[in-house]
Design a protein around this ligand. Structure first.
Ligand code: ADP
Ligand code: MG
Length: 358
């Protein structure tokens, strides 16, 4: 629908209400409380990685949408048009994976400044096409409108679960084991490098490129999610890590009314992250705990289940999964250091729109 803007001062009752005080999640729950219509076909509404819908009696449908705004989510100086196209689709695919679903159909809306080169859009669609081929997503429509200044992109994606098997955020119970796919924190360091091109970064260019690539080209973990959905494991909760481990684990804990203990020694911190952080005097642990845009999966399994998840089956999945801690009755997140000391972590460490980096 076309947006015909008027000065907010004339139209709105309380223009002084500060979004930064509400924060992203405060705003969402405030807006949610305004919506009264309920449908019996909605299995899970606002509050998870995707909405879960029951449109027929067989499988569940999962629906998600994500917006990317120039200067906030990406910078045209750091992202090539192809990378942006790839990212636009894959960040949504990650939310579908986080529900244990298969991505299927997408629609895209773009708000484009008049001055934008057509070549940019061609290349953007090249990246979009690459991701759509790789993850088998059909792009079936959208909307194209002008924008006063910046590029604004929104993509909505519909996926499907195997029968009615869906992984929500809310089922973690004390004693459940916490797992994560792949490695953590590289994307955040990659972004840091991209944002400070003038800084004299030490270390090999290959290493640097690897970290940057993690930020520019996310690879959602659809394969692991599908493997889990087909397996005997009882996944009690799942989320994708888009805002940082601590914050996204916080969502699982809040939804399940539980706490967690994380083990520093088990956090999957890659050699490139460790090495590059060390030579540049940066804390690798902090990147792993609170860096955003890893697009790894974070999930919990009932303890009796984990007997199946022996080393053998772990190495069968790509990337491997690692147990990083355990769900506790005691609320909050405690990090057990390599020397055995316990430290409380703040749930808000991570990215929160309107509040910025906590
Ligand atoms: P994610 O990071 O997984 O994409 P978000 O943190 O953006 O999820 O959103 C949390 C939940 O709130 C999701 O269920 C999302 O669909 C919902 N949501 C976000 N913004 C709005 C909005 N403006 N109105 C209604 N629901 C929203
Ligand atoms: Mg998500």
């Amino acid at each position: 629908m076309p947006w015909r803007g008027t000065s907010s001062k004339k139209v709105f009752k309380n223009p002084a209400m500060d979004l930064s005080k509400l924060g992203e999640f405060g705003l969402i729950s405030r807006l949610q409380s305004r919506l009264k219509y309920r449908s019996s076909q909605v299995i899970q509404g606002i509050g998870d990685d995707c909405a879960v819908l029951s449109l027929n009696n067989g499988n569940y449908q999962v629906l998600t949408t994500d917006a990317l705004v120039e200067t906030i989510h990406f910078n045209l100086k750091t992202h090539s048009p192809e990378q942006l196209g790839w990212k636009t689709l894959t960040v949504n695919i990650s939310d579908i994976a986080a529900m244990g679903g298969q991505p299927k159909f997408a629609v895209i809306s773009m708000s484009i400044p008049n001055s934008f080169p057509v070549d940019f859009l061609d290349r953007f669609y090249k990246g979009l096409n690459q991701a759509s081929l790789k993850y088998k997503v059909a792009l079936v429509g959208g909307d194209t409108v002008a924008s006063p200044k910046h590029l604004f992109i929104n993509l909505a994606l519909l996926g499907e679960t195997l029968k009615k098997k869906v992984f929500v955020r809310s089922g973690a119970r004390p004693g459940d084991k916490i797992f994560v796919t792949g490695t953590l924190g590289e994307s955040a360091l990659g972004l840091k490098i991209l944002e400070s091109p003038r800084k004299k970064w030490k270390g090999s260019k290959t290493l640097q490129k690897k970290l940057i690539q993690r930020h520019l080209k996310p690879e959602p973990r659809v394969e692991v999610a599908t493997w889990l959905a087909k397996s005997k494991f009882k996944v009690t909760s799942m989320i994708d890590i888009s805002d940082g481990l601590t914050q996204d684990l916080g969502h699982i804990l809040k939804a399940g009314k539980v706490g967690a203990e994380l083990w520093e020694s088990e956090l999957p911190i890659s050699k490139p992250l460790l090495k590059y952080s060390f030579i540049n005097g940066l804390p690798a642990l902090e990147s792993a705990l609170s860096g955003g845009e890893d697009y790894e999966l974070l999930f919990t399994l009932a303890p009796e289940d984990v007997t199946y998840l022996g080393k053998e089956s772990i190495t069968k999945v790509d990337p491997p999964v690692t147990q990083i801690g355990v769900i506790t009755t005691q609320k909050g997140i405690r990090l057990i250091s390599k020397t055995g000391r316990s430290k409380t972590l703040h749930r808000s460490m991570g990215f929160n729109h309107f509040k910025g980096k906590a």
